[in-house]
Design a protein around this ligand. Sequence first.
Ligand code: PMM
Length: 284
Amino acid sequence: MSTLRGRVAGLPQWDRCAVMGVVNVTPDSFSDGGRWFDTGAAVKRGLDLATGGADLVDVGGESTRPGASRVDEDEELRRVIPVVRGLASEGVVVSVDTMRASVAEHAVSAGAVLVNDVSGGLADPAMVPVVAAAGVPFVVMHWRGFSADMNNRAVYGDVVAEVVAELRDRMDAVVAGGVDPERIVIDPGLGFAKQAEHDLTLLAHLSELHGLERPLLVAASRKRFLGRVLAGDEGSPPPARERDAATAAVSAIAAREGAWAVRVHEVRPTADAVRVARAVEGAV
Ligand code: PMM
């Protein structure tokens, strides 16, 4: 196994790869859009995820599926903040999935303890100062631009080397902006400006991301590349909700490769996978 699970200052420490459950409070996310769009349903979903084995619950109000257009700020606040508040008040460790500084700031006030920005602070220049001032952990994901046209940016010579270099630049910028390096989590951004073969190559080389010396989050859940793998050369991809066993397989691989956490829509199979990975690790 490649090492580096690492510790994120300001968060609990788990003795295995952590499980981050997803609640998308959106009408249009590619895998679960519309299912938890109402506040009560979204809070219930988050509580169910926590009961089912999620160590953290990631709440988002903006779909980032390829081609998606942006949601406006007021609407994102309306979707996200009551759900963050509802879950945090029940003792859930809540992360907020947003590219907007204002949403991050309100979410932290409502009890979120981690800011997960798929743009790594690039989408909103106010994000890094807000995260620095709040003193909360920050996920820096590899990102090349908004979802509307990100597939055009999926052009690489050496995807692993380029993702590592671009993440390093982003980390440097975020630290220069005042974020505590001990609070940074990195993420290769599977599916973001990447084709299926890029995602698979990144998964095959996760240990190279350990060179960045920060805990690693892997978010493969139900993504297109899994649909492609399951479809084979001729077939058509199964719908997103039929990709949870494949997702759990990636979770086991990522855990074994030293990921700090995996982000998934259905937590039970992944909660089992990371426990198996932990048991195997302990038996070496
Ligand atoms: N992917 C999605 C949303 N948020 N956050 C991180 N850190 N990494 C990801 O790869 C990521 C993310 C898109 O998937 P979803 O909208 O179905 O949850």
